[in-house]
Write a protein of this length. Structure first.
Length: 74
């Protein structure tokens, strides 16, 4: 329950940040906008290119849900 409230408050904060950015205003606290996983809400281990954390990335890659990503072997 706590993680859900953290994620929803972060999404609200991000929405207001993007609105302010679109209007040309400088946000009060730009460091408070965190990169969070779109699937589980995890903050650490975030991969910007995919928008998810490393754990969700590994699960999706193993299932073959991310096109063009394969487990490497050498």
């Amino acid at each position: 329950m706590a993680r859900i409230s953290i994620v929803t408050s972060q999404r609200r904060r991000l929405a207001s940040f993007l609105r302010a950015k679109a209007e040309g205003r400088k946000p009060k606290f730009p460091t408070r906008v965190y990169n969070r996983c779109n699937l589980c809400g995890r903050r650490h281990g975030f991969m910007r290119f995919f928008g998810i954390c490393r754990i969700c990335f590994r699960e999706l890659a193993a299932n073959g849900d991310i096109p063009g990503v394969r487990k490497s072997s050498w």
